[in-house]
Write a protein that binds this ligand. Structure first.
Ligand code: MLT
Length: 340
């Protein structure tokens, strides 16, 4: 089965006609898969955020049946707590059936290729496949071999679209807007799919982005993505409204990219002293898992006034509900949609 790359990456901008009259204001992705933020346009992103915002306002125990009859498979080739649990919870809250494919105890461990796994899973007719994989481009590859809609839950160093969407929703709910904010993304940019997805998304939404990173942890062409680059954290933090920290992703490093963790913390770890150089009410974000005493001081990690880290986790469920719904209604007819 071949997939048109332009439709995969969101080049088709038309919105389904039923959106206009939909009382719940559901958003729908204009393409079959969600593989990355790159290629999505502002109306699509805004409509996903609006829809997720509605879900975030629902009472915690609310059970919907919008995705009744839809089957979601999750398959994670890398460890995950937040992303996996929140996709699972989001799908169940929407009334879908969920199958968590266990990688550690499955045939994948017996040497089966990703494509063979994809074909096997496809034969069980999932509607949506959520995959995390250590190779960049793995979700795109998967999407070529399955009938299901594919959601990229993180592929190597490439993209993690739902993380960027949940980050944007978190900012929007706390600050009220994104356009014009000065946002610093700090740390291991080179190995971070979160950084890449956020740079795409926050630029589309009109934020001014700077990255703060040691020379060994940032691709030299990063400024071509329209961001400012700083190697000195104290300089880079000045005038920022949001400080987004990233984990040192040792599992993707080749060897000598960082000095000791202690030295890294001294230069790039966020402390109250360094934060005082940012705008007075600057907020802190981290996609998790965070390493206290490496990229952030323990005191700031627990600062409920300044840290949005727990809110990010909470918004993860709402965003994933919106993304699952948007893809599901690309698969079923709108009039089959069950509103409750
Ligand atoms: C990711 O999957 O990229 C995480 O959310 C961030 C991390 O692993 O540091």
């Amino acid at each position: 089965m071949s997939v048109d790359i332009t439709s995969v990456m969101g080049m088709n901008t038309s919105q389904p006609p039923y959106l206009a009259s939909d009382p719940m204001g559901a958003s729908a992705l204009p393409n079959k898969h969600l593989l990355g933020i790159e290629g999505l346009n502002r109306p699509t992103i805004t409509s996903l955020l609006d829809r997720a915002n509605q879900f975030a306002d629902l009472p915690a125990r609310e059970q919907l049946s919008h995705l009744k009859g839809i089957t979601v498979f999750t398959i994670f080739f890398e460890n995950s707590t937040r992303t996996r649990v929140s996709f699972d919870l989001a799908a169940r809250k929407m009334g879908a059936s969920v199958v968590n494919v266990p990688v550690a105890t499955s045939s994948i461990k017996k040497g089966e290729s990703l494509i063979d796994t994809a074909v096997t899973l496809n034969a069980m007719h999932p509607d949506i496949l959520v995959m995390r994989h250590h190779n960049s481009g793995a979700s795109l590859l998967l999407s070529k071999y399955v009938n299901a809609a594919v959601i990229n839950a993180g592929d190597g160093r490439h993209e993690h679209p739902t993380q960027a969407l949940l980050d944007a929703l978190t900012i929007r709910r706390r600050v009220g807007y994104i356009e014009g904010l000065n946002i610093a993304i700090c740390g291991d940019i080179a190995n971070s799919r979160v950084a890449r997805s956020n740079i795409h998304l926050l630029s589309i939404l009109g934020a001014n982005i700077r990255v703060i990173s040691p020379t060994t942890l940032v691709p030299t062409h990063i400024t071509e993505m329209g961001v400012e680059l700083y190697h000195d954290m104290e300089e880079g933090l000045q005038g920022t409204d949001i400080v987004m920290l990233l984990r040192l992703q040792q599992e993707r490093m080749q060897g000598a990219e960082t000095p000791s963790q202690r030295e890294y913390f001294r230069r790039y770890g966020l402390t109250r002293e360094k934060l005082s150089l940012a705008n007075p009410k600057a907020l802190i974000m981290h996609p998790g898992p965070m390493n206290r005493g490496v990229e952030i001081s323990s005191e700031l990690a627990d600062d409920v006034e300044r840290s949005l880290i727990t809110a990010q986790v909470e918004m993860g469920v709402a965003i994933r509900m919106a993304c699952l719904e948007a893809l599901a209604f690309g698969l079923t007819k709108p009039d089959q949609r069950n509103m409750k």
